[in-house]
Ligand binder design. Structure first.
Ligand SMILES: [Zn+2]
Length: 243
């Protein structure tokens, strides 16, 4: 006789992932609750709590027939610094790795000062390993990628527009603007302030005339000043009402 368990997804998960709540799932193989949930199309990164017969369990729990499983969505702001039952290996820093399908997030998060790795040639396997080894949060629109067990923290980005995506990430991870303009948008290295006379020979006449405060990138040697590279992105952040 086949054994079944009942799966109940909360509304947030069932609406977004179009998965039915209250389904009967046949236990025809030995599988962890993580695998069973992900077989319904919901990556583990989106799950905040799991209850089996009203008891909280972790992702490796093996269900047996007749049990009732409640799956709750992760809630914002996502607490990545505190260990929890589902995610005992908490992080010490808010660092990201951005998948190619949300690549426009990289310069925006860097502008806010957050260490954000992005390389459009990185394959899924490499993203997973990088996230695991460097303890980075994975941002992606690829559900299959976020199902990988080595990914501790991640977020499936809902919007396709970069200002909305930034708004999503900022709200979901409780980001702030305390480190704004401290990191290079292009290469992710930290910036340092530089005296105008040290770089004046590299400036265009108008920049030389109207600007006084400059920063330089440790990595790629690019020079930054208010109102230059940041202008367009600043506008975008205002639209998204972030900083
Ligand atoms: Zn740079």
């Amino acid at each position: 006789m086949k054994k079944n368990i009942e799966l109940y997804f909360d509304t947030e998960l069932s609406d977004f992932f179009r998965v039915k709540s209250g389904i009967s799932y046949p236990l025809d193989r030995r599988a962890s609750i993580k695998d069973i949930i992900e077989a319904q199309g919901v990556p583990h990164t989106e799950v905040g709590e799991i209850f089996v017969d009203d008891r909280p369990v972790n992702f490796s729990f093996i269900a047996s027939g007749g049990q009732k499983v409640i799956i709750k969505a992760v809630q914002a702001p996502f607490e990545i610094f505190k260990p929890s039952l589902l995610r005992p290996n908490s992080f010490k820093n808010m660092r990201f790795v951005v998948d190619v399908n949300v690549g426009k997030l990289a310069p925006l998060l860097r502008m806010m000062g957050y260490d954000t790795f992005f390389d459009n040639e990185l394959r899924d396997k490499e993203i997973v390993l990088l996230a695991h080894e460097q303890k980075r949060v994975v941002l992606s629109r690829d559900r299959a990628l976020l199902k990988h067990g080595l990914i501790e923290f991640g977020r499936l980005i809902r919007s396709q527009k970069s200002d909305e995506q930034l708004k999503e990430v900022t709200a979901f991870f409780g980001l702030n603007c305390e480190m704004i303009y401290t990191r290079c948008m292009r290469c992710n290295h930290l910036l340092r302030e530089v005296k105008k006379e040290q770089i004046v020979h590299r400036l265009e006449p108008k920049t030389k005339k109207y600007f006084y405060r400059f920063s330089i990138c440790h990595g790629c040697d690019r020079i930054y000043w208010p109102g230059s590279h940041w202008e367009k992105l600043n506008k975008l952040m205002k639209i998204a009402r972030i900083c």
